[in-house]
Design a protein around this ligand. Structure first.
Ligand code: DX5
Ligand code: ZN
Length: 218
């Protein structure tokens, strides 16, 4: 099965003083998705932004809204994120006692369902839920901050998950997040990723649109 090649620039690395400008850049670019990191200060030691910022971004682009929730008890909020314009709502497997309940709440809203795992969580925890979801987001850094280095071994996790998906004959996408750049993009697509999140690699580049193309064509 051939995987897709999607780049999802992470707005966590955008310039919040020029949110509209940075969102319009993604809108013009060859990135198909926009990655939105919602961080609550409890699940991870940082705080990002919530609904008003998500709405501002959504109103400035037609692109697919890829929302990554790093929050505890995501079941309390997944529905509101779908209502606020998310096309995909991804929550963390480690953040809830009720993974299946969360999946159902997102599904009921008619948007795509993603589940994310932290670097130390093995892909085997996803075995039973894979048939119920659209995407797995593999964290290749500890969640919470942009600009960290890619954790070795994450590529092997992608390959292991891709093999598990194929063994089960499923159609589940794989996305990876953290420390992604043009330098490791090719090995990640080849290992089985469909979507690569890139924050600092895109927004710290002299020419962010060209950087998106470089990641896509790596
Ligand atoms: C980190 C976030 C990432 C972050 C990635 O917890 O989930 O999406 O923005 O940033 P880079 O690409 O700089 O590692
Ligand atoms: Zn993210």
């Amino acid at each position: 099965m051939s995987n897709k090649r999607i780049v999802s620039p992470s707005m966590l690395s955008a310039d919040f003083g020029h949110l509209e400008r940075d969102t319009k850049m993604i809108d013009r670019s060859r990135a198909e998705w926009v990655h939105i990191d919602v961080i609550d200060g409890v699940f991870v030691p940082n705080i990002s932004f919530g609904f008003p910022v998500l709405k501002a971004i959504t109103s400035a682009t037609e692109k697919f809204m890829d929302v990554h929730l790093m929050i505890v008890e995501p079941e309390k909020y997944v529905g509101r994120f779908a209502d606020a314009g998310a096309d995909l709502v991804t929550f963390h497997w480690e953040a809830t006692e009720d993974v299946e309940g969360c999946i159902n709440l997102i599904r009921e809203k008619g948007v795509k369902v993603g589940v994310s795992i932290k670097p130390k969580t093995p892909v085997s925890v996803l075995e039973d839920i894979l048939p119920k979801i659209d995407l797995v987001l593999i964290m290749s850094v500890e969640p919470g901050f942009g600009g960290q280095s890619f954790i070795e071994g994450s590529t092997e996790k992608v390959a292991e998950l891709r093999a598990m998906i194929e063994r089960k004959g499923l159609d589940v996408m794989i996305e990876i997040d953290g420390g992604v750049s043009r330098h490791n993009a090719r090995e990640l697509y080849e290992a089985g990723c469909d979507a690569l999140v890139a924050g600092s690699a895109v927004f710290k580049a002299a020419d962010p649109e060209a950087e998106i193309v470089a990641i896509l064509e790596a």
